[in-house]
Design a protein around this ligand. Structure first.
Ligand code: PLP
Length: 358
C-alpha cells in the first residue's frame, strides 16, 4: 500500500463549529459546506458540523440536493440561488432558502411564484454578486408581492474582512444594515474573518466557512491562536532516499541543487493527489515529525524533500500539512490560501476518518 492518506477529523470540525457558535453571540450560525465541504467531503463535513449550528450553506442547488439525499433535514442556504426555473422548483421541493442576487431571478419568480424563502443579495462594495441598494429595494418590492415567496433577509459579502489594512468592511456593513433596517428584515453578512474580527458585523446570521476547517482567515494570525483545530492531515511515505553531492540537481527542470553532500527523500505524493505543483523549493513538510522542506519540483506522483539533519528511513511518514506543518503555512509558501489546497485534493489519497483526534 502506498500509504498516501488524508486523515479527516469530525471532532475537530465540531470543535471549530463550537468556536464559531461562541463568537456568534445571539446570531444564527450557518456553516458553509460548499465545494464538497471545502474538500473534506460533503457528508462528513455536514454531519460533523450540523449539530453545532443552525443551518448549512452551499453554493449550488445540486449541493443542497446532495445534502437532502444524505438525510440532512437542517435549514439550507443556497448562496448562488437558482440558475433556472427547474432549480427554482427544486429549491421549493428541498425547502432550501435561496439567494436572489439579480433581477433575472426575480423575473423567474414572477413568472412562476414558488414557496421559497429568499435572501436578497445587496452589493455593498465587493462588486461581484448582488444588486446595488436601489435596485435591491425595487426587487424587494416585487418579491413582496408574490404569493408564497418570503423575504427572509438581506445578505451581503465582505471583500476585505481578512485584510490587515481593511478599510472597507465598515462601509459595506453600514450599507447592508441600512437596507435591512429599511426593509425590516434580518441581516447576514459575516464570513469567518468578520465573525472573528468585527463583533458588530455578526448581525442576525453569520456564515463561517474556513475557520470551521481549522484555518485562519488572516495571514498574520495562526489558526492555533484562534483556538481552531486542524480538521485534516495529509501525509505520505518515503519510498526512496538518495545521496546527493554538491552540484547535483533534483527533479524536473533541475530547480534545486545540493550545496554539499546530503540526502534527498522521495515521497509518494504529487499533484495527481492534489499537492500543489507550484509549491516552490523550501515549502515546509515534516518527516517523522521534524520540519524540513521541498527540494525540487513537485511531479504527478512524487515530490522530493531535503533530509539533511533528519533521521529517516524508507517507509517513514511525511506530513504534507496537518499538525506539525499548518495548511496555512503551505498555502502561504505557494502564494495561495488553504481553501484552495483543501478543494484541490483529488480522489486518489485514501480517506481515513479519525474519530478520536479533536
Ligand atoms: C456567500 C459566502 N458566505 C460565506 C462564505 C464563507 O467564507 P469564509 O470561508 O471565508 O468564512 C463564503 C465563502 O466564500 C461565501 O461565498
Amino acid at each position: 500500500m502506498r500509504g498516501t492518506r488524508l486523515e479527516l477529523r469530525p471532532g475537530a470540525l465540531a470543535h471549530n463549529a463550537r468556536r464559531a457558535r461562541a463568537l456568534a453571540g445571539g446570531a444564527r450560525v450557518f456553516a458553509m459546506v460548499k465545494a464538497n465541504g471545502y474538500g473534506h467531503g460533503l457528508g462528513l463535513a455536514a454531519r460533523a458540523l450540523a449539530h453545532q449550528v443552525d443551518g448549512l450553506g452551499v453554493a449550488l442547488m445540486e449541493e443542497a440536493q446532495a445534502l437532502r439525499h444524505l438525510g440532512l433535514a437542517h435549514p439550507l442556504l443556497v448562496a448562488e440561488g437558482f440558475f433556472d426555473a427547474d432549480e427554482l422548483a427544486l429549491a421549493a421541493r428541498l425547502h432550501a432558502e435561496v439567494v436572489v442576487h439579480s433581477p433575472w431571478q426575480v423575473d423567474l419568480l414572477v413568472a412562476q411564484p414558488r414557496p421559497v424563502g429568499v435572501w436578497l443579495k445587496v452589493n455593498t462594495g465587493m462588486n461581484r454578486l448582488g444588486m446595488a441598494p436601489d435596485l435591491a429595494r425595487a426587487q424587494a418590492a416585487r418579491l413582496r408581492g408574490l404569493k408564497g415567496v418570503r423575504l427572509l433577509g438581506v445578505m451581503s459579502h465582505f471583500a476585505c474582512a481578512d485584510a490587515a489594512d481593511d478599510t472597507r468592511t465598515a462601509s459595506q456593513l453600514a450599507l447592508a444594515r441600512a437596507l435591512a433596517t429599511e426593509l425590516r428584515v434580518p441581516l447576514s453578512a459575516a464570513n469567518s474573518a468578520a465573525l472573528i474580527r468585527y463583533p458588530d458585523a455578526r448581525a442576525d446570521r453569520v456564515r463561517p466557512g474556513i475557520m470551521l476547517y481549522g484555518s485562519s482567515p488572516f495571514a498574520w494570525r495562526a489558526a492555533a491562536d484562534l483556538d481552531l483545530r486542524p480538521t485534516q492531515r495529509f501525509s505520505a511515505r518515503l519510498i526512496a532516499i538518495n545521496p546527493v553531492q554538491a552540484g547535483d540537481s533534483v527533479g524536473y527542470g533541475a530547480t534545486w541543487t545540493a550545496d554539499g553532500p546530503g540526502r534527498v527523500g522521495v515521497v509518494a505524493v504529487g499533484y495527481g493527489d492534489g499537492y500543489p505543483r507550484h509549491a516552490p523549493n523550501g515549502t515546509p513538510v515534516a518527516v517523522n515529525g521534524h520540519r524540513t522542506r521541498l527540494a525540487g519540483r513537485v511531479s504527478m506522483d512524487m515530490l522530493t524533500v531535503d533530509l539533511n539533519g533528519i533521521d529517516a528511513r524508507v517507509g517513514d511518514e511525511v506530513e504534507l500539512w496537518g499538525d506539525v506543518v499548518g495548511a496555512d503555512e503551505v498555502a502561504a509558501a505557494c502564494g495561495t490560501i488553504s481553501y484552495e489546497l483543501f478543494c484541490q485534493i483529488t480522489a486518489r489519497p485514501v480517506r481515513v476518518i479519525n474519530e478520536s483526534t479533536v
